[in-house]
Each structure stands twice: as C-alpha cells, then as structure tokens.
Design a binder for this molecule. Sequence first.
Ligand SMILES: [Zn+2]
Length: 185
Amino acid sequence: MEPVRYRIDARDHLTAVNKSWAAFAAANNGVGLDPAEVIGQPLWRYLVGEELRHLFELLLKRVRRTQQWVVLPFRCDGPGERRFMQLEVHAYPDQSVDFVSRLLHAEPRPPVAVLGPGGARTQERLRICSWCNRVNLSQGKWVEVEEALSHLGLFSDRDLPQLAYDLCPTCEVEFRAGLPPGEGD
Ligand SMILES: [Zn+2]
C-alpha cells in the first residue's frame, strides 16, 4: 500500500490528503473519511482517544519549534491483520506539518470481531491502546487482543464489548522519548 500522506496548516486543519487516505480509512471501517470531506477539517477529529490527542499536541508543539523530523512506530490493526506502521512528521517554517504513515509489514490473522465494525455491543468496556492496539487485561497488563479475548472468555461475536481508546504506559513513555527535547512543556 502507498503511504498515507496528509498535511495540516498552522491551525491544525487538513489542507491535503493523498489517495491512500481513502483506502486506509475504508480498510479501517472509517466513516466520513472521503478525502473531499476531510479537507478543512481539524486533524483532531481523526485521532481517537483523549490521551493520544494530548500526545499529539506535544508532538506538534515540539516539531514546529525545532523543525526536526520525527519518526514514530505504531500499530494500526484491522480485524484480520496486524499492521506494523511508522509515522513520519515534519514541520515547515510556516508551521504547516506533513505526516507520512507507512506500512512496514502486515501479518494476517483470523479476524477479530471486536475490532470490526459496529454491531450490538455489551456494556462492558475493553480498554485498547490507540498506539499499539494492545488491550488492557488487568491492572498494568497490556496484551495482544487475541490473548485478552481468550483470557476474558469473549469468544462469541454476540457479546462484543465496547472499545475504550486509551494509551498504555509503554506507548506513553516511548512516544515521549521519540520527540525532540522540550522546554518544560
Ligand atoms: Zn500501547
């Protein structure tokens, strides 16, 4: 797959996305992610989870100040595929920022229904890390989604829990470590 490229202006509004944006959104059950509709929208609409948005605020602040390239590994799994990705971020003097999201490699797996589209969901909430896609099994323990479902006995597609997007402690630390140095922010 071609890398997904998008650009924001100084006010964090999307000013350009490439064709892969649409393919990528479709593969992830994205709704309303037609490239024609996203231009002019704030980037923040497309970032899931408050914790992740917080780290992106920090990321944008630092790349805009330093103009340094930042490369961050992440996961963006689909139900039937683990996707190992890399996000490259580069800021320009006018404070616009380019993002390039590349697929490094993918591993097929039997589809995991909980990561699929909507359907009826129980009141149960499964905490999932927006950045590495691991799931919180118990206090402090984050595991691959298959392992979590097996432990929790969630085999039936009829009893799918809701996903609550969060950030695991490992990603929090690694994300921050991958940023240019800050000045007390
Ligand atoms: Zn994580």
